[in-house]
Design a protein around this ligand. Structure first.
Ligand code: IPM
Ligand code: MG
Length: 365
């Protein structure tokens, strides 16, 4: 198959980790007889520097007209004090909204080889951690009006959180459908004891539940959910939640699996053109040192093959290669055990070695 992939290397560690994911994609293409064509797209801080705009319109169009988009990470200290429309994150939000990718899927799954990297007690990890956060991605407070003005003689900041029924329903359906393909347990997370948007959220979820009788729907307040993720993560199968709650809970969920550097994500809307990105940031403190973990990006490329290109074997092939790398004891710095009794069985590797070794482990299934 021929596929056109828009590639956003971005800022910080973005270019390093994306380079490794492209090596892996090229090797998969060779093994399975595909051809992947890449178009570079500028977005984030590098686009501000080059074009004075975090996502110029023609860059967005390149993404929309591709078969899917692979993104590293954007942002960095250099642009922190820029006005809000000139921040790298603004480019990312415009990209998500412009592509219409309302459904962000973030798996929290522990790799057995990394069980000891979890900060949770072994007795909790042993019960299993394998759930998905379905995060609404193009609505809510991220996309409401933001302004700071003088009210009652002092600067006052206003951020508006809006959800309409249709926006809740479309992400709710993704939650139910995701649960149907797994263990049929859906937990809807909100703050309905305080927020109107959450009360509407909850009522829509319960209306939808009647259409998915095979799925068990539960409700959980977001503060309780934050607690339950560390206390008893094995209770979760699929969590569906709004944009900002999903942002926060997915960082928490990633950490209990060992490292945020391992977690991929997919974002889809009504077409098969998706946006695939690791959930971590641009980590400017380690950029250019060849020590970042590229696995989150490599697994995001695997998700692209699975969900947008209908290539499940090719996706399995990448996931197997990552598993073999971990079996062999190779670890980037973020997942290197600190306990000497364990680290003696592991070997610390850099970002490019990690990509190269994963390529070597790729075998046609
Ligand atoms: C994420 C990131 C982004 C978000 C930032 C960079 C705008 O934290 O993808 O989780 O908040 O969505
Ligand atoms: Mg985040």
């Amino acid at each position: 198959m021929n596929k056109n992939i828009a590639v956003i290397r971005g800022d910080g560690i973005g270019p390093e980790i994306v380079a490794q994911a492209l090596l892996v994609l090229n090797r998969v293409a060779e093994l399975y007889g595909h051809s992947f064509h890449y178009t570079d797209v500028d977005m984030g801080g590098c686009a501000i520097d080059k074009w004075g705009n975090p996502l110029p319109e023609e860059m967005l169009q390149k993404c929309i007209s591709s078969d899917s988009v692979l993104l590293g990470a954007v942002g960095g200290n250099k642009w922190n004090n820029f006005p809000s429309h000139m921040r790298p994150e603004k480019g990312l939000l415009r990209l998500r909204a412009g592509m219409g990718v309302y459904s962000n899927n973030r798996p929290a799954k522990i790799w057995p080889q990394l069980a000891s990297a979890s900060p949770l007690k072994a007795s909790i990890v042993e019960k299993g951690i394998d759930f998905i956060i379905v995060r609404e991605l193009i609505g809510g407070i991220y996309f409401g009006e933001h302004k700071t003005e003088e009210i009652d003689g002092q600067p006052t900041a206003i951020d508006i959180l809006t959800y309409n029924e249709a926006e809740i329903e479309r992400i709710g359906r993704i939650g139910f459908e995701t649960a149907q393909k797994r263990n049929k347990q859906l937990c809807s997370v909100e703050k309905s004891n305080v927020l109107d948007s959450s009360r509407l959220w909850k009522s829509v979820m319960h209306r939808l539940a009647t259409e998915y009788p095979d799925v068990t729907l539960t409700d959980m307040l977001v503060d309780n959910c934050a607690m339950q993720i560390v206390k008893n993560p094995s209770q979760f199968d699929v969590i569906v939640t709004e944009n900002m709650f999903g942002d926060i809970l997915s960082d928490e969920a990633s950490m209990i699996t060992g490292s945020i550097g391992m977690i991929p994500s997919s974002s889809l809307g009504s077409s098969s053109c998706g946006l695939y990105e690791p959930i971590h940031g641009s980590a400017p403190d380690i950029a250019g040192k060849d020590i970042a973990n590229p696995i989150g990006t490599i697994l995001s490329a695997a998700m692209m093959l699975r969900f947008s290109f209908d290539m499940p074997q090719e996706a399995d092939c990448i996931e197997n290669a990552v598993s073999k790398l971990l079996d062999a004891g190779y670890r980037t710095a973020d997942i290197m055990p600190s306990d000497p009794s364990e680290s003696q069985n592991c070997k610390q590797i850099g970002c490019s070695e990690c990509g190269k070794f994963i390529c070597d482990y790729l075998k046609k299934l």
